[in-house]
Design a protein around this ligand. Structure first.
Ligand code: RTP
Length: 151
């Protein structure tokens, strides 16, 4: 856990089609996280199978890949204190019916198969996902707001 922890957050095709990209970016910005990479991409099934490799044995896997490949996604890297855990908390539970009101899924989604956003679940997976979606690397810059966010 450090101020430099990074997480991969992705607005899924339903979130893009529903015009929720700005809302999701705004929540992470306002929380104090620093945006260090951003990309709109229509991913191939092969790329998404790599992203979701851990779920390959699940019954919903084929449907998940079809959904994720159905339109463009917006991939982002956000940096800040405890970014992975806090990012997941901001997304809410995987099944929106169990997501607390005030979370992204709890405010904007109803079905587990249309849950708007993805967030890395561990620091290790975050780094793997960042490498998969941003093989070109991410931008390094100094955010002058940081002394107002951290002690
Ligand atoms: P994500 O990776 O997308 O952030 O979601 P997660 O960690 O909260 O949940 P995970 O178990 O990794 O599942 C990945 C995505 O698969 C879809 N899903 N569908 N139909 C189903 O029962 C079912 N279960 C999971 C969801 O879109 C979930 O976010």
């Amino acid at each position: 856990m450090s101020q430099n922890e990074r997480t991969y957050i992705m607005v899924k095709p339903d979130g893009v089609q529903r015009g929720l990209v700005g809302e999701i970016i705004a929540r992470f910005e306002k929380r104090g996280f620093k945006l260090i990479a951003l990309k709109l991409v229509h991913a191939t099934p092969e790329h998404l199978e790599k992203h979701y490799a851990d779920l390959a044995g699940k019954g919903f896997f084929a449907g998940l890949i079809k959904y994720m490949a159905s339109g463009p996604v917006v991939g982002m890297v956000w940096q800040g204190l405890d970014a992975v855990k806090t990012g997941r908390a901001m997304l809410g539970a995987t099944n929106p019916l169990a997501s607390a009101v005030g979370t992204i899924r709890g405010d904007y989604a109803l079905a587990v198969g249309r849950n708007i956003c993805h967030g890395s679940d561990t620091v290790e997976n975050a780094e793997k996902e960042i490498a998969l979606w941003f093989p070109e690397g991410v931008t390094q810059y100094t955010n002058v707001a940081e002394p107002w966010i951290y002690e």
